[in-house]
Structure formats: C-alpha cells, structure tokens
Design a protein around this ligand. Structure first.
Ligand SMILES: [Zn+2]
Ligand SMILES: [Zn+2]
Length: 436
C-alpha cells in the first residue's frame, strides 16, 4: 500500500496542480470579466434613455484591473501560481493538439493510431512531469535527499507566503462602497483562499518523499506501524546511496574528493561519499592526543539483516560464542571492506562511532591473554589488535554497548527489496538535460 502511494506521488502532485489550474482560471475570469450589466446599455442601441446612468456607473465603478491594490494582488497571486500556470499551459497545449488532430482526422478521414501513443507518452513522461512541477532531478540530490527537500520547502513556502499576501490584498482592497465590486473582490480572495490547501499538501507530499529516502526503513524491518528505534540508531541508509554508487564523472554526484585524507567523521558522509575500503580513522597508535574519556573512533561491524534490525531497536549484544579471538565483546573493523573476512554473518554493515576508553593494544603473541574471556573487562574497555603485516586489517573489541555512541547501517541488496519495490534506485535514471 505504501509502495502504491509512493509510486503515485507524481500523479498526486499533478492532481493538486490541476486543482490549482481550475481555481486559477476562475480567478482570471473574475478579474478580467468586464461588468456586462453596466456596459450592455452602450451596445444595445438605446443610448437616449440610459446614456447618463452608464456614464455615471463607469466613472464610479472602476474595473478590477484598474484598482492598484487588486492589480498588485493579482500579480503577486500569479507569481505564486507558477506551477499551475505551467500546468495550465501544458493542458491547453494538449487540448490544442487534440483539436488539431481531430480536425485533421475529419478532413483526411483516415485514422492515425499513433496519436494516442504520442499523447500518452507526453503525459506519462517523468521528466516533463518534473519540469511542470518545478521538481528537478539534479544529480546533487541523489546522495543528498535533504537538499532537495530544503529547496522544495523554500520554493513552496515562498509561494504560500505570496498567496497569503495576495489574499490579504484582495480582501482589503478599496471597493468605493460599491456592492458589485465588493462581491467580486470577496470572490477573488475566497477562491484564492481555497487553493491554499494545495501548496500545503504539496509540501506534505514532498516531506513524505524525503522521509522515505532519509528516514529509510528497509523491507526486513517487519514491524508494521510502531517503530521506535534507539536514539543511537541514526538511520538506515538504502543500499543504492552507498559510496560505490557515486559517479566520478557525474557533476555533483562524485565521491568525496579527499578520499583517505578526509577528516569528516559524519557517519552518513563516510557511508555515502566514500568507498567501502575507506578507513575514516588512523591506526589507534597513530591517533593524536588520546584521552580515555573523550576520544572516539569509527568502527565497522557486519551482521545479518535480521540482527541489524534488532540492533536498531535494542542495541548491540556482546558475543559470547566461543571462539572469540579478542575475548567477549563487540567486534569492529577499521573499514567496511575488512569486515568481510572476519564476520560470521552477512547482510548488513553498521558504521559506528565508539568511545574507546582505556585501550589495550596487543599483537599476535599476546592473543592468548584475552581470547575467549572477559577477564580484561576489569581493567580495559577496548582490546585493539594490531595486524602483523597489514594495518588496514586491525580490529578491536569493545567491552560494552555503552561505548557505542551512535551508528548508521545499511542492508545489502538481497536482503532489502524495498529499494527496488519503490523504484528508488531508478528514480534518477531518466533525468534529462542534466537536471530535469
Ligand atoms: Zn536541478
Ligand atoms: Zn569525505
């Protein structure tokens, strides 16, 4: 059901825009409607009887476009209705085209089956929809769902503000004590007011879209409605956002250019803009100014999808199944890539920020002192194992889950069907002209 709702977002956006187009046409009609009741005597060939009254009404009752405040309101209203204007032009274009086709059909008399095809293509074309809705598909938004929402939020808020201004201008415009003029300005402001829910609903739809991407819930989280993750659990990152999907030659969608020199410790940045071989923190012995109370370290932990979801709700559990090379505790590696060789489970990777506390650094010959025991828990918080030949293959084991401050996780492709079900991975595949 959620999937259907997500996939029909463009249609819902379109419906809201059409609703605004209709309200906009009514406003146009009211605004430009010349007051027939006052003008008719001029044209019906009876000047003698009513010439004077006509003169009076015309001088006393100005047309709506002649009242500066209403004109200003109308212009502001029109600027705030950019999307409906575009949509209206598009609809008009389609009608014109249909009319033209129909005319040709009548003249030539033979049917052209391709017309419907073209039309359907035109209406179902995603880039055209996005263009009409001012909802562009910049590559910079692929890895930054928040930017897109912020841009949309700004755009829609401005349009809501302008429309509010227009309503106030319409409603407070001088009417020169004329009932007719008063009625029409009131009508204008009311019709403007009933379009108000439309931008607000649009904003809500955009917020929903943003939630689906940035507060992602993988398909393996079967918990139906009530989801209360731990505060430490920052987010799931859908696998199509992971670093390996960044594109070196696509502007604004490149991986982090600093690569191994990058000092950004934001967990989302590490996962989204770096490849899985990236080690965000140096070897423990190379970390400067270590302080047991404050120094944190970035570690990667691999487990299976179900266990990862349960961690999101209930935190890590120290493993006590023998054999445990560094004793009982929670194991981390320095990069996502190097978790592959040690972990016994597969399907999810967790990137965590860890408070190391009192650290004991050991090498191969000291392993016996810590293996399969929790004796070291008395004096140390973390055992850090230095790999004899490859520093990248170091690993460490922390005593308690209280040392794990926060984490983000991603579920690997075979265990998470939601990305494909919702079409998140193909959403940017049909981007035209770099942007739309
Ligand atoms: Zn763009
Ligand atoms: Zn970086």
């Amino acid at each position: 059901m959620c999937r259907c709702f997500y996939n029909s977002l463009p249609i819902l956006h379109g419906l809201l825009a059409v609703y605004e187009v209709i309200c906009g046409i009514i406003r146009l009609a009211i605004f430009f409607n010349n007051n027939n009741s006052n003008k008719s005597p001029n044209s019906n060939g009876n000047p003698a009887s009513s010439n004077q009254t006509t003169m009076i009404t015309i001088t006393v009752v100005p047309q709506l476009p002649e009242v500066p405040q209403i004109l200003a309101g109308f212009i502001i209203d029109w600027i705030s209705s950019l999307i409906p204007t575009m949509m209206g032009l598009f609809i008009a274009f389609i009608f014109l085209w249909l009319g033209y086709r129909l005319l040709r059909l009548c003249r030539t008399g033979h049917h052209q089956p391709r017309t419907n095809c073209h039309l359907r293509y035109l209406i179902a074309n995603k880039p055209i929809q996005r263009f009409l809705l001012f909802n562009c598909n910049c590559p910079c938004y692929i890895a930054r769902p928040k930017w897109r929402f912020l841009v949309r939020f700004l755009f829609i808020t401005i349009s809501i503000g302008l429309r509010l201004l227009a309503i106030i201008l319409y409603a407070t415009a001088p009417t020169y004590n004329n009932q007719e003029l008063f009625n029409r300005t009131q009508k204008l402001s009311w019709i403007c007011a009933i379009t108000f829910p439309s931008p607000i609903l649009t904003l809500l739809l955009d917020y929903y879209h943003y939630r689906v991407w940035w507060y992602y819930v993988p398909s393996c989280d079967q918990n139906p409605f009530y989801r209360r993750y731990l505060k430490k659990h920052r987010r799931f990152i859908p696998y199509h956002l992971m670093g390996e999907n960044r594109n070196e030659i696509q502007l604004w969608n490149e991986p982090c250019e600093l690569q191994q020199h990058c000092l950004d410790r934001t967990l989302e940045h590490i996962m989204i803009f770096h490849f899985n071989t990236h080690t965000p923190t140096p070897r423990w012995s190379d970390v400067p100014n270590k302080d047991p109370l404050t120094t944190t370290y970035i570690g990667f932990h691999r487990t299976n999808a179900v266990a990862a979801v349960s961690i999101a709700y209930t935190d890590f559990n120290p493993s006590r199944t023998i054999p445990q090379m560094l004793g009982f505790g929670i194991y981390f590696a320095r990069s996502s890539y190097h978790t592959q060789f040690k972990a016994r489970r597969d399907g999810a990777v967790i990137c965590a920020e860890i408070l190391m506390g009192r650290v004991l650094e050991i090498e191969n010959n000291e392993l016996d002192n810590v293996s399969n025991t929790d004796a070291w828990h008395q004096t140390f918080d973390t055992i850090y194992y230095r790999h004899p030949t490859e520093p990248l293959r170091d690993e460490f084991c922390v005593r308690s889950n209280e040392q794990i401050l926060k984490w983000v996780m991603y579920i690997e492709r075979p265990f998470d069907t939601k990305v494909e079900l919702y079409g998140l991975n193909t959403e940017f595949a049909d981007t035209q002209c770099q942007c739309i």
